[in-house]
Design a protein around this ligand. Sequence first.
Ligand SMILES: Cc1ncc(COP(=O)(O)O)c(C=O)c1O
Length: 399
Amino acid sequence: MAKTNLLNEMCAKYTTAQDVKAMGIYPYYRPISSGQDPVVTMASGQKVLMFGSNSYLGLSDDPRLKEAAIEAVRKYGSSCSGSRFLNGTLDLHEELEAKLAKFVGKEEAVTYSTGFQVNLGVISALAPRGGFVFLDALDHACIIDGARLGFSEVRKFAHNDMDALERKLRLTPRNAIKLIVVDGVYSMEGDIAPLPRIVELCDKYNASVMVDDAHGLGVIGENGSGTASHYGLTDQTDLIMGTFSKSFGSLGGFIAGSHEVLNYLKHNSRTLIFSASMTPAAAAAASKALDIMIEEPERREHLWEVTRHAQKAFKDNGFDTGHTQSPIIPLFVRDTIKAMTAVKLALEQGVFITPVIEPAVPKKDVLIRFALMATHTVEQVDEAVDKLTKIFRQLEIIA
Ligand SMILES: Cc1ncc(COP(=O)(O)O)c(C=O)c1O
C-alpha cells in the first residue's frame, strides 16, 4: 500500500485511464511479443495485422539490421557509458553522421540518443533571450517542449496557415533571432508542411527554418531524403532533424545543418552533452538502414503503392481521411469513446491501429491513425480496410 502524501494524492486524482479501463476499451500499452512486421504476435499469442507502426520501410525486423546491431555489440559492447562530448563517441557515430549529412544535403550532422532529445536540445540551444520561436499548432510534443526550455518567446500559428505565420513574423524585430520549426510530414494527420512558402517568409523576415522530418525521411524526397528534397529546397532549409525510430528501424536521432550551427550545438546543446550517446547497436542498425534506403528504392516505391491503394479504398468507403499526402492515413472519428471502441474491436478482429485523442488533438479532431509499411501487401491492406469499414459502420462513424 502506497503511503499517503501530497504527491500520491495529486496522482490519485487522475482517473481517466482507470475509467477507460473500467469500460474495457483502454487502448494503450498493449504488449507485443514479435518484431514490427505486417503481422505481429500479441503477448496473448494472437496474430494481428500491424497498421499502427512507424516502421515505414519495414526495416526494424530486417535480418541485415539485426546482424549489424549484433556485430556492433560484439565489437563495442552494449553501451558507450557516457556522452558524445566526453567518452561516448565511437567511429561508428562519426561514420553515420557523415553519411547522414551527405544524405540530407547538409554540411554536417550530429546524432543524439533519441529524436525527442534532438528537439529538446537543439531548439532550446537556438532560442536565446530576445529571440522568437514560431511553432505550427500541430508540431510534435518534443518541439513544443524544446521551445519551452529555451529563452525565446514562443509564437504558435494555426496548422499550415502561412498568413497566420506571416502576421506573427511581421510583429517581430527584423534583427531578432527567429526560428520557425515545423514537422515535414505531420505525424498524425499525414499532411506536408508548405515549405516553399515558409522559405519565402524566412527570406522576407530574416528568419531560419528547422524541419523535423521524423516522418518524411525514407518516405519522400530523392532516395527518401525527406521534405526539403521533396520540394527541391534543401539549400534554403537551415536545419533538418530526423529520428531513427521510424523508417530507420532503430532508435536515436540527428540534426543536420551548417558547420557553424553544428559546432555551436556540439558545445551548447544540453541533451547531447549531458546524456549518453546512441548505443553501438542502435547506431549500427541506423547506419545499415540508411544504406538499404539508398540501395533499395523499390521499398519506397512499394510503400507508395500500398499507400495510394489504402488512401483510395478508405475514401471510396466513405471514410474522412483529411488531407493526408503520406503513408499516415488519419481516419477521423471525432468522438473519443467511439475511437477507443473501434480500436478495441479492430484488435479483436485482428487489426492493430492506434487512437489519437485529446489532449494530443482537440475533441473535434479525434482520429485513428492507420500507417503503412513497405512490407505490407495489397491483400493485407484490403483485409484491414474491409474490417475497419464494418466496424466504422457498426459504430455509425461512417454511413
Ligand atoms: C515528429 C516527431 N518528432 C520527433 C519524435 C521523437 O522521436 P523519437 O521517437 O526518436 O524520440 C517523434 C516521435 O514520435 C515524432 O513523431
